[in-house]
Design a binder for this molecule. Structure first.
Ligand SMILES: Cc1cc2nc3c(=O)[nH]c(=O)nc-3n(C[C@H](O)[C@H](O)[C@H](O)COP(=O)(O)O)c2cc1C
Length: 182
């Protein structure tokens, strides 16, 4: 299954439009979680997961933890906010700290396997380094989940060009579609 974590608060998210345009051609089952509609507590470094397996917070993250068990392809779809993924998506990502502790403190294998990590992201400006922060987060997650494949799709300059019309992003998506649709 494809799991999409939508990090845009916009009902007409340009980034999600690009992601959906890509996913609908794959003819695979997918599920979208809209991070801004979920009730998710921030990781507050309470150290629970350093001592025990799992997380002691009870909230909508449970649905994402369950969905990850069925996920083959994880897509993070998010605008860039101040050089990073949006805050509500980052909140979800920070709650993956339990997996970090499972692997690197408790030396356990994760009980699910994600084969492919894809980021689809957009930024208002044209600046070359605007995606650097999100790319670092992407690399950390790819390492945490030990993915086989990773792809980072960017649409810049959305202040002037809607993400869905961004030629570079559409080219990246076409190449990925060819790989994913046999
Ligand atoms: C709080 C906030 C912070 C933003 N920070 C940046 C930024 O650092 N760099 C940038 O290029 N665009 C920035 N933007 C613009 C968004 O990244 C851009 O409009 C994006 O394409 C919106 O995507 P969406 O329609 O999927 O929500 C920011 C927008 C908001 C609301």
């Amino acid at each position: 299954m494809i799991l999409i974590l939508n990090g845009s608060p916009n009902k007409g998210s340009m980034t999600l439009a690009l992601t959906e345009n890509f996913v609908k051609h794959l003819h695979k089952e997918f599920e979208i979680f809209h991070c801004y509609d979920l009730h998710i507590q921030s990781c507050n470094d309470c150290k629970f997961c350093d001592h025990k397996l799992g997380c002691n917070k009870v909230d909508d993250m449970e649905e994402i933890y369950q969905a990850l068990r069925k996920t083959d392809t994880l897509i993070l779809s998010s605008p860039i906010y101040f050089g990073a993924f949006s805050n509500e998506l980052l909140k979800v990502i920070n709650r993956f700290q339990r997996y970090f502790a499972e692997r690197f403190v408790h030396h356990k294998k994760l009980d699910f396997h994600i084969n492919r990590l894809i980021v689809v992201t957009s930024a208002g400006s044209k600046s070359d380094n605007m995606f650097d922060g999100a790319r670092l987060t992407f690399d950390i997650l790819a390492n945490l989940f030990q993915v086989k494949e990773k792809h980072f799709i960017t649409a810049s300059d959305t202040d002037h060009i809607p993400a869905i019309d961004n030629k570079e992003a559409l080219k990246q998506i076409e190449e990925l579609k060819k790989k994913m649709v046999p």
